[in-house]
Design a protein around this ligand. Structure first.
Ligand code: SF4
Ligand code: F3S
Length: 107
């Protein structure tokens, strides 16, 4: 079991999540973070920390978010590890809550 970063993180990237992860399993791309499913210990600490409410357990994903299971697994193997909070993206507040941001995901 793993937790999964989903659509609403894209173009926000608040990074509050990385501070609480006991196993440092977040990986950072240009405008999105992912969780490495092989490293996540399913502790659930990150889920309430995300201001964009973008993190879910893989068995409680909202409808339409299922594709992010594979996206997290794929990109965790490509991106750099992130362990400290940084500033969110400049337009995070504006993009928070916008639907279907997958089209803007930069890999
Ligand atoms: Fe890290 Fe726990 Fe979140 Fe998994 S559920 S990403 S181990 S904080
Ligand atoms: Fe993204 Fe939320 Fe973390 S917006 S970077 S999953 S705090």
């Amino acid at each position: 079991m793993t937790f999964v970063v989903t659509d609403n993180c894209i173009k926000c990237k608040y990074t509050d999540c990385v501070e609480v992860c006991p196993v440092d399993c977040f990986y950072e791309g240009p405008n999105f973070l992912v969780i490495d499913p092989d490293e996540c210990i399913d502790c659930a600490l990150c889920e309430p920390e995300c201001p964009a409410e973008a993190i879910f357990s893989e068995d409680e994903l909202p409808p339409g978010q299922e594709k992010y299971i594979e996206i997290n697994a794929e990109l965790a193997g490509k991106w750099e590890n992130i362990t400290e909070k940084k500033d969110p993206l400049p337009d995070a507040a504006e993009w928070d809550g916008k639907p279907d941001k997958f089209q803007y995901l930069e890999k």
